[in-house]
Design a binder for this molecule. Structure first.
Ligand SMILES: [Zn+2]
Length: 576
């Protein structure tokens, strides 16, 4: 399986296809089966464990938190706790019929519903009608409603009455990534637990544990990269881990993971920030060229830069925080070379530069312009006196706007402050860089892909490529796209990167795209539009043939209709 993947086209993009199986295996294999096995979320586990031990069980729980932090896992363990034959317990046995069937996903009294695909009131009525009946085999009927915020208002209303006075044998576990969208009337009837994103350390530990148990060779650097790329989601982390294992031919090494993630070696980032501190324009351009020559993704380079400025800002605000970082010494050194204001500005320029990448003529240009912006808009007054003397060279490179300080009154030439206003508070202390731009959800199923693509209003090659692709599979942040052989030239890395940037900007998520050339089945946006045009024409032709006058004509003169000659008339009688 892996051998064939490696032989495939030789690009980094083509290899994901075979990973779904191993993804299933790893994520299922390592799904925590008990509260004790659960990573993070101690506050939730403690509360649930206490209430289960005391037999004080609420009838409706609401679990909130981002993707892949354990909502469904906790819900299933709770279902086992309620239905284990050993009695209601915080430590279900794991071996009885109820426990094993819940683990296998086929326990008749655990009803899992994905509200994203069952939003209507009819579904809800059916469920609530069913709730009146006693459990078939278990002690409790547990309704797990995932993405509950997607329910329609009518569906929420019909749920209210049951939530107010639920039958004794019914427990609701509602899960959502977006609690803001849940009506207050529903919220007030639920016991709410907020699950936290997992720290990179915790995800790294878990990945390391799994790799060790699976007997897979790895190095700490590779695991740390995966853990950071997981963005707080253990599920995303395991998905990336699977890709890394397949990509690395059964091992997880830093260099391989770095290539897979398109991540930039950190040393570049230190040299770039060092050049900024020294106002050394030529050195900055040299680093930019080197990056382009190595074909490294500008988006991840800007991520790394933003991440470094974030660490610098944190250390400036809380010097002790440096011990959390593996590059503590360098971060501390930079922290003394920049003013907090210039670090804030630099962070914003990197974040905005990432957004602008999608609009740039090409990645290298977009990246270079962002570096120049960092150089140009670094407030002169903010640089510490220690490095204030600048070489003639650097002064020549830096435009006059450099003299326009202070940061909080952004120079008119810059729209950065207007686009991304400075936060009122100081440096973000723990938060990761937020995804820039407005956010739309990825399609829930392949069939919705053409509509999703059309709504994105992409331009240029990203639009061309997107229109010809079909969504074969979607698994967390990894999309497998099929491309007809006739359009395989569109799978070029440059176009693929443009599409990736555009999708990431639209969805606010980091994504992995894999292309399967030749696997298309005529359900791309382009194919759909072509079919719609053909159908419209056929309909026009049929309507034309049905005209009594035309029918007579055809019958009388044994004539033939030339389909291409049929043109629909516009309202005012002219042809379109
Ligand atoms: Zn049991």
């Amino acid at each position: 399986m892996r051998a064939s993947a490696c032989a495939f086209a030789g690009t980094t993009l083509s290899r994901i296809g075979d990973n779904w199986m191993s993804y299933q295996v790893l994520a299922r294999k390592w799904r925590p089966m008990s509260f004790a096995e659960l990573s993070g979320q101690e506050h939730v586990v403690t509360a649930l464990t206490n209430s289960l031990s005391r037999g004080r069980i609420h009838h409706a729980y609401l679990l909130t938190g981002t993707r892949g932090v354990g909502k469904t896992t906790i819900a299933r363990i709770l279902a086992k706790s309620l239905n284990c034959v050993t009695g209601v317990t915080a430590t279900p046995c794991g071996v009885c019929a109820a426990c094993t069937e819940i683990d296998a996903g086929r326990f008749v009294d655990l009803l899992e519903l994905d509200a994203a695909s069952n939003t209507g009131i009819d579904n809800m009525r059916e469920i609530l009608d069913n709730a009146r009946y006693a459990p078939t085999v278990g002690r409790y009927k547990v309704y797990l409603i995932d993405e509950v915020h997607m329910l329609s208002r009518a569906a929420f209303n019909s749920m209210l009455k049951t939530l107010e006075e639920p039958p004794e044998h019914v427990k609701f576990v509602l899960a959502t990534t977006d609690p803001q969208k849940i009506p207050v009337t529903v919220l007030s009837r639920c016991l709410q637990f907020n699950l936290k994103p997992l720290s990179p350390q915790l995800i790294g530990e878990r990945i390391g544990h799994i790799l060790a148990a699976e007997g897979i060779a790895f190095d700490a650097g590779g695991v740390a990269l995966l853990a950071r790329a997981a963005s707080g989601s253990l599920r995303d982390g395991l998905s990336l881990l699977d890709q890394a294992i397949a990509y690395g031919g059964g091992t997880v090494a830093e260099s391989v993971v770095r290539t897979m993630l398109g991540a930039v070696e950190r040393d570049y980032v230190y040299r770039i920030v060092g050049a900024l501190a020294a106002s050394d324009g030529p050195a900055l351009m040299a680093e930019s060229d080197a990056l382009a020559a190595r074909g490294l993704a500008a988006a991840s380079a800007l991520d790394e830069l933003a991440s470094l400025f974030h660490r610098i800002a944190v250390v400036q605000a809380v010097p002790d925080a440096a011990t959390n970082y593996d590059d503590a010494e360098r971060v501390a050194a930079f922290a003394s070379q920049f003013s907090p204001e210039s670090v804030q500005l630099a962070y914003q320029i990197c974040a905005q530069g990432r957004v602008d990448l999608a609009l740039a003529p090409d990645e290298a240009t977009g990246f270079t312009m962002t570096l120049l912006r960092l150089l140009a808009f670094e407030p002169a007054a903010a640089v510490s006196p220690a490095i204030a003397p600048r070489s003639e060279r650097a002064a020549a490179t830096a435009p006059a706007s450099r003299q326009v300080a202070p940061v909080r009154e952004a120079p008119p030439a810059s729209n950065i402050a207007a686009v991304m206003p400075l936060p009122a508070s100081a440096a973000p202390v723990t938060a990761a860089p937020p995804p820039p731009g407005p956010v739309v959800a990825l399609p829930a199923e392949p069939a919705a892909w053409p509509e999703f693509v059309a709504a994105l209003k992409l331009t240029g090659m990203a639009a061309q490529l997107a229109a010809q692709t079909e969504l074969k599979a979607i698994n967390n942040n990894a999309l497998t796209l099929a491309l007809p052989v006739a359009h395989k030239h569109l799978a070029d890395k440059v176009f693929a990167d443009k599409l990736k940037s555009a999708l990431e900007q639209a969805t606010g998520r980091r994504l992995l795209l894999a292309f399967e050339v030749g696997a298309a089945t005529e359900s791309s946006l382009a194919a759909t539009e072509k079919r719609e045009r053909a159908e419209a024409r056929a309909k026009g032709e049929a309507a034309f043939r049905d005209e009594p006058f035309v029918r007579d004509l055809l019958a009388t003169f044994d004539g033939q209709v030339k389909p291409d000659s049929i043109t629909p008339l516009t309202r005012d009688g002219g042809t379109k």
